[in-house]
Write a protein that binds this ligand. Structure first.
Ligand code: ADP
Length: 560
């Protein structure tokens, strides 16, 4: 097919030459077509883009240099067979591939690969169909490129939304599949996305295709399905109803991992509960966090709190409504007095608890009485329904989020400072007042030492809280970026010293965090490395993801 193309990508993986790259990418182009390959050969291609227009070259919220984590090329397979073929080609020369679904992944590294020069595999561009919504079983089957917003539109367009609800995170543009494999969370009763997944299809590092759980049991052959390639064969009828199947339960190997490329995912959907009411409870004082968390624990455990509610710091809400300059002329962190003033101005508390009630009137009323009675012991608490709040209130946004309707309003808090970018620090905490106060205190103190405002939220799971500290910084301020690196590295160590670990993280600190999960001579990491090297001997799939390195990389000192 014509003249050999000569590309000079800005970044190449270790030990691979330009010749290796050109030979490889030429074969890939012949496979998927030029329209599905972009080679990164010029600085002009490295733009931060925007949430609505994401780029896949690098991390738009760079905490290091903009091009520190850089792709050599972005390749979009057209189908499962392409994925398998690319994986087999990559094995021949040990070329690293970094799979993404949509590639937004805000606050955790965007679409950027951990090893610069990797090929970013854009799974979402062409594989973007809702393959099935099953009403009776209340589940869906999606490809990597289906965003929360796409799924919502699909349910509405097919008159299914009055029967089945879905769950969304704060922003609607992420991949349903990508978010679930990263173990992301949303805010309905189905907020734990990983818990709600059922049945995966994965291309393994050797190119083989696997279905997990009941999906490993074939659907009986029928004349119309005979001879179909495996990826087009119907799933077993219970594949999206029972997640575990038989034998070792291996789904976890494909989450936050580098053991395979996920091509399809089943997700449970929530039956429309037949009634819904969101609410806000404002907590006037900073130290009310302690009492509130102890009130929340039993309510959440016994499911009087039905969804994943959040306890949001005043500045998170304030930042959605305006930038820092709109509240204060200070550049240094705001004081307690400032926060009290802002809370008063916005009719909010120092902490704001957002929850929802699901079900018919009688059920909601009984639960609301229970919740109200429990919170009333905190002096000064106030209770609101959306209609009691301003037109632009956060409760009106959360009202949508907690019933699974995608929104984009929460993007605004990133603009708290000029040239705003953000990084998430996400430790897990017990649902216990003392623990929450201690963790909040430590993180707030360190944010202030770094010259930044504390902005954060506690999202309440069944027995723990994901404490999401939103580190907002000016990405054009190099000094501030250095401080941000110091801040997250310090927080990881501080938290580990208190027995707290993070549930997910940015590329730059995956090694450090894996290093804190080191019980009994790091037996957990060692086990992961054994599996990694066994199933991916050439180390081609996402080397370094979650701090798990194939042998060839760890030997040359890749850790950050
Ligand atoms: P978002 O949904 O926020 O756009 P991404 O699509 O960027 O998120 O996915 C986030 C991360 O999840 C990726 O960096 C990658 O590590 C992992 N991931 C996403 N899709 C896949 C996939 N199809 N197979 C394996 N890992 C994936």
């Amino acid at each position: 097919s014509g003249q050999p193309l000569k590309f000079k990508p800005l970044a190449l993986p270790p030990k691979l030459t330009n010749g290796d790259f050109n030979e490889f990418i030429q074969e890939v182009i012949e496979l998927v077509g030029t329209e599905n390959v972009e080679v990164i050969t010029s600085k002009d291609q490295i733009e931060d883009g925007s949430y609505m227009n994401p780029r896949h070259t690098h991390d738009p919220h760079h905490i290091m240099e903009q091009d520190y984590f850089l792709a050599s090329a972005i390749v979009a397979p057209r189908n499962v067979a392409d994925v398998q073929a690319i994986v087999r080609l990559a094995n021949k020369i040990s070329f690293p591939l970094w799979p993404i679904s949509i590639g937004r992944n805000y606050g955790y590294g965007g679409a950027a690969p951990r090893v610069s020069g990797s090929i970013v595999m854009d799974m979402g561009k062409n594989l973007n169909r809702v393959l099935d919504v099953n009403e009776e079983g209340a589940y869906c089957l999606v490809e990597p490129g289906v965003t929360f917003h796409n799924l919502y539109d699909y349910l509405v367009a097919n008159n299914l939304w009055d029967k089945l609800w879905m769950d969304v995170p704060d922003l609607g543009g992420g991949s349903v599949l990508g978010n679930a494999v990263e173990r992301g969370v949303g805010y309905t009763p189905y907020g734990d996305h990983w818990m709600m997944h059922c049945g995966m299809e994965v291309v393994l590092p050797n190119g083989e295709l696997i279905r997990t759980g009941m999906g490993a049991l074939p659907d009986p052959e029928r004349p119309e399905t005979m001879g179909l390639r495996p990826e087009y064969q119907p799933w077993n009828k219970t594949a999206h109803l029972f997640p575990y199947g038989f034998g070792p339960y291996i789904d976890g190997l494909f989450s936050q991992s580098n053991m395979g490329i996920v091509t399809k995912l089943g997700m449970w959907l929530m039956p429309n509960p037949g009634g819904y009411q969101s609410y806000l409870i404002t907590l006037p004082k900073e130290e009310d966090l302690k009492q509130a968390v102890d009130i929340i624990r039993p309510l959440r455990l016994n499911m009087a709190l039905q969804n994943v509610p959040t306890i949001r710091h005043i500045l998170l809400d304030a930042a959605v409504l305006g930038d820092k300059a709109s509240y204060s002329s200070k550049t240094e962190p705001l004081s307690d007095e400032d926060l009290d003033r802002i809370a008063k101005q916005l009719n909010l508390g120092r902490w704001n608890f957002y929850g929802a009630l699901y079900g018919p009137d009688r059920i909601r009323n009984a639960l609301w009485e229970t919740v109200k009675e429990a919170f009333l012991v905190i002096p000064g608490v106030k209770f609101y329904f959306p209609e009691d709040t301003a037109e632009n209130s956060i409760l009106r946004v959360r009202h949508k989020t907690m019933q699974g309707i995608p929104t984009y309003d929460e993007l605004k808090w990133i603009d708290w400072v000029p040239n705003g970018a953000h990084l998430f620090f996400s430790p897990i905490a017990k649902v216990a007042g003392e623990d929450a106060m201690l963790q909040y205190g430590i993180t707030k103190q360190r944010c202030q030492e770094a010259g930044l405002d504390f902005i954060g939220t506690f999202t309440v799971g069944m027995r723990e809280m994901h404490h999401i500290v939103c580190i907002v910084f000016n990405k054009k301020d190099l000094q501030q970026k250095k401080k941000v690196q110091w801040l997250i590295r310090t927080l990881i160590d501080d938290c580990a010293a208190n027995g707290w670990g993070e549930y997910r993280t940015h590329l730059a600190v995956m090694d450090q965090i894996m290093g804190t999960y080191n019980w009994n001579n790091s037996s957990f990491l060692k086990f992961n490395e054994v599996i990694k090297n066994a199933i991916d001997p050439n180390g081609i799939i996402a080397p370094g993801k979650s701090g798990v390195w194939p042998t060839k990389y760890s030997q040359v000192g890749w850790k950050l």
